[in-house]
Design a protein around this ligand. Structure first.
Ligand code: NDP
Length: 272
């Protein structure tokens, strides 16, 4: 019985937009929905909160930066259900504007979580994706390629034959430049921007690699909401910011693949 269930997984879903995506999936998806978190206590509290709303998410620990944790989760899902139908890569971090950490530390940590750990989680979980599966990579409005000052770098991101190892090298080059203090002219000032541009570029490559299968990968700017992550005054609610990710997970036509979708469901040219 369980083996035949459809399965949705949302990373970093104990709070914020990820939590609201789980809520939306529980309301609408005919399948089991996994709320996952790096901290078990926080995750179980989030599940309890949704249960009070009459919803029934399942729970599993998942720290995207911890290979062991991702392996345990992946083996568990494989053994229990055999595959995944919806994967929402939502977990991410952002340093606040006046953070005390050096740019070098901020660059390394931000890229490690938002890009490299999202990638390694995908490497573990993609083999479980079933026919018809949908992957939603949560990106940001800051992920437009125009925010990278260097024309040369932009061209490298735009190379239609860019591979994942080459993209990862680009991400490493940025971290190295931040460590040397030479990043500003070429890469700009924000590690978060670079990490999410990496996610948009990764999305395109992932879709290209899966084009011969019935699997769709898209990235999304969810909108602006004042969560623990942001210091800006987001004017939307977490439920509103879950709408575009839910659209891509559940409603978007099959023709929407390898795209960057805005919170109003419009497809945006991130490379413009
Ligand atoms: P929050 O900080 O509220 O939530 C982030 C979630 O990610 C938390 O559950 C956090 O867990 C989790 N997380 C962080 N690191 C890891 C990890 N290593 N493994 C697993 N989970 C982890 O942020 P938001 O809800 O605002 O952001 C959600 C997504 O939306 C992010 O990708 C963000 O970049 C994007 N976004 C948000 C915008 C906004 O206005 N809020 C605008 C544009 C994009 P913990 O509680 O343990 O820290």
């Amino acid at each position: 019985m369980e083996m035949s269930s459809k399965v949705a997984v949302v990373t970093g879903s104990n709070k914020g937009i990820g939590f609201a995506i789980v809520r939306g999936l529980c309301n609408r998806y005919e399948g089991v929905v996994y709320l996952t978190s790096r901290d078990v206590e926080k995750g179980e509290k989030a599940v309890a909160d949704l249960k009070k709303e009459g919803l029934s998410p399942k729970y599993h620990q998942l720290d995207i930066t911890d290979i062991k944790s991702v392996e345990i989760f992946s083996s568990y899902i494989k053994a229990s259900y055999g595959g995944i139908d919806i994967l929402v890569n939502n977990a991410a971090i952002m340093f606040i504007e006046n953070a005390m950490e050096s740019v070098a530390v901020q660059a390394e940590k931000t890229l490690f979580v938002n890009y490299f750990s999202t990638l390694s989680t995908c490497e573990q979980l993609f083999p479980l994706l079933r026919d018809g599966a949908r992957v939603v990579n949560v990106s940001s409005s800051s992920a437009l390629l125009k925010y990278i000052p260097s024309e040369n770098l932009r061209q490298r991101f735009l190379d239609p034959s860019l591979t994942i190892p080459e993209l990862s090298n680009l991400m490493r080059e940025y971290v190295d430049a931040a460590k040397m203090g030479t990043h500003v002219g070429e890469w700009g000032i924000s590690p978060y921007v670079v990490s999410k541009i990496g996610i948009n570029a990764l999305t395109k490559i992932q879709q290209r690699l899966l084009n011969d299968q019935d699997i769709k990968v898209n990235s999304v700017h969810p909108g602006f909401v004042d969560t623990d992550m942001t210091t800006q005054k987001g004017h939307q609610t977490i439920n509103e910011c879950a709408q575009a990710p839910l659209y891509l997970a559940l409603d978007a036509p099959d023709s929407v693949k390898g795209k960057f979708v805005w919170s109003n469901m419009w497809i945006v040219a991130w490379e413009a």
